[in-house]
Write a new protein. Sequence first.
Length: 98
Amino acid sequence: MPANKKYLTQSPFQRVLKITAGFVGGFMITELLHMVLTLWFDFGAVMFTIRYAGFILWAGLMIVAFLAKNGWKIWGIYLLIILILATILYFGSNINSL
């Protein structure tokens, strides 16, 4: 049974934004989250966890990107999360290195 056309994204630009947000943005959030987790937990345990939980998180973030109505909004949300995680990683690594 084919999808109903009224629920599909009509703009090719919005489709590209959602695809890039899902792949690139979701991957960056997944990696940054696990890098932040290495600040507080054992490095080996986090690296073992990223093999499975990282893939599941990345796939979930891709699904969320495709469920969004607007590609710009999902990119904005993903960039905000990336900025927050990168800030935590930057300041956390400076504090833990002392």
